[in-house]
Design a protein around this ligand. Structure first.
Ligand code: DP6
Length: 325
């Protein structure tokens, strides 16, 4: 009745942006990510017959409100799956991720929660089933079940049975590095959930976004197989800009970028002009992730740290999928 699991966050190189079903969390488009070793969540779930409701502790603090409700609703899914609707749990999570600053703490959070809760109930899920369940906590989390490069296949079924992640290349396939550039620790104003909903409903650019995805995915998977860093970087950077363009055309329009976000983007482009291949990508927040190769670690790190307004640069490598203790 007790289990501990660890899951890492992932950074999308081809973004998930928009849902076709909000309650089952089914995406409009397939996406592709790299799991990162520097950011993770470790979660212990203990089901206890004497509890009358769930309890959720994050970094030793009892959580109430929306964050608790999301966790408890997700545990309902696991309880229903296991056919134990009245068995509640105590959940203890520790996060090695700056929460809600565009680092997708929900990705590692729900992947670790799904893995620990299903293991605590002895469900013996295969990885696709675990990914499918995890998806219903937070979409991007379904990719964190696996390490390395991972694709989330959007699927076509209304019940979501064919919408889950599949591995594209394992953690040791290719030593690509990611520098997470932290600009500000303030909570983002428009959550990814709300932002993608507004974009799907109101942005005239949204259909172009969806139409472009199959080409981006085919090309980036070829680049990953060939270990062609510049090709992969160009596709990822362009895909990020396309996603963020949809938000500018939404009603009301919005952007996740701060002034320093643009400075970092321009600095990365400036590195390329000096012959150093580096590419950026940005999720639903102001922080920037920079893709680079191991031999350029020093110069990339140094350049990013010198930008005024950058408070931290965290270096990461390809990470592993879900593990158990
Ligand atoms: C921009 O997975 O956080 O990071 O499914 O509503 O929980 P929900 O959204 P979430 O969205 C992530 C959006 C993104 C792109 C990506 O990770 O693919």
């Amino acid at each position: 009745m007790k289990a501990t699991a660890k899951a890492h966050t992932n950074i999308a190189l081809i973004k998930y942006w928009g849902k076709r079903d909000e309650s089952l969390i089914l995406p409009m488009n397939s996406s592709l990510s790299l799991t990162l070793n520097a950011f993770y969540t470790e979660t212990t779930v203990t089901f206890k017959p004497d509890l009358s409701e769930d309890k959720f502790f994050l970094d030793n603090e009892l959580i109430v409100g929306d964050q608790f409700t999301k966790v408890s609703k997700f545990l309902d899914l696991i309880r229903n799956y296991a056919d134990v609707p009245d068995l509640f749990a105590e959940v203890h999570s520790t996060n090695a991720v700056p929460t809600a600053a565009g680092f997708a703490s929900s990705a590692s959070g729900f992947a670790a929660l799904a893995a620990a809760a299903s293991r605590a109930l002895d469900l013996k899920l295969d990885e696709s089933t675990l990914s499918r369940l995890t998806r219903q906590g937070s979409g991007s989390a379904c990719r964190s079940v696996y390490g390395g490069f991972v694709e989330w296949e959007k699927g076509t079924q209304d019940d979501g049975s064919d919408s889950y992640a599949v591995p594209v290349a394992p953690q040791d396939h290719w030593d690509v590095r990611v520098a997470a550039v932290v600009l500000s620790s303030v909570m983002k104003k428009v959550s990814s959930r709300e932002g993608m909903k507004r974009t799907v409903e109101t942005s005239p650019f949204y259909s172009a976004w969806v139409d472009n995805i199959p080409t981006d995915l085919t090309q980036i998977k070829e680049a990953i197989q060939d270990r062609d860093f510049e090709r992969m970087g160009e596709i990822a950077e362009a895909n990020c800009q396309k996603m963020h363009a949809t938000t500018l055309a939404a009603n009301p329009p919005f952007t996740y970028w701060h002034d320093t976000t643009l400075t970092v983007m321009q600095t990365v482009q400036g590195l390329r002009e000096k012959g150093i291949p580096a590419y950026f990508t940005i999720d639903a927040g102001p922080n920037v992730k920079v893709l680079y190769q191991p031999e350029n670690e020093e110069v990339v790190q140094q350049t990013l740290r010198e930008i005024p307004g950058v408070t931290n640069v965290i270096l990461s490598r390809s990470g592993q999928g879900v593990t158990y203790k």
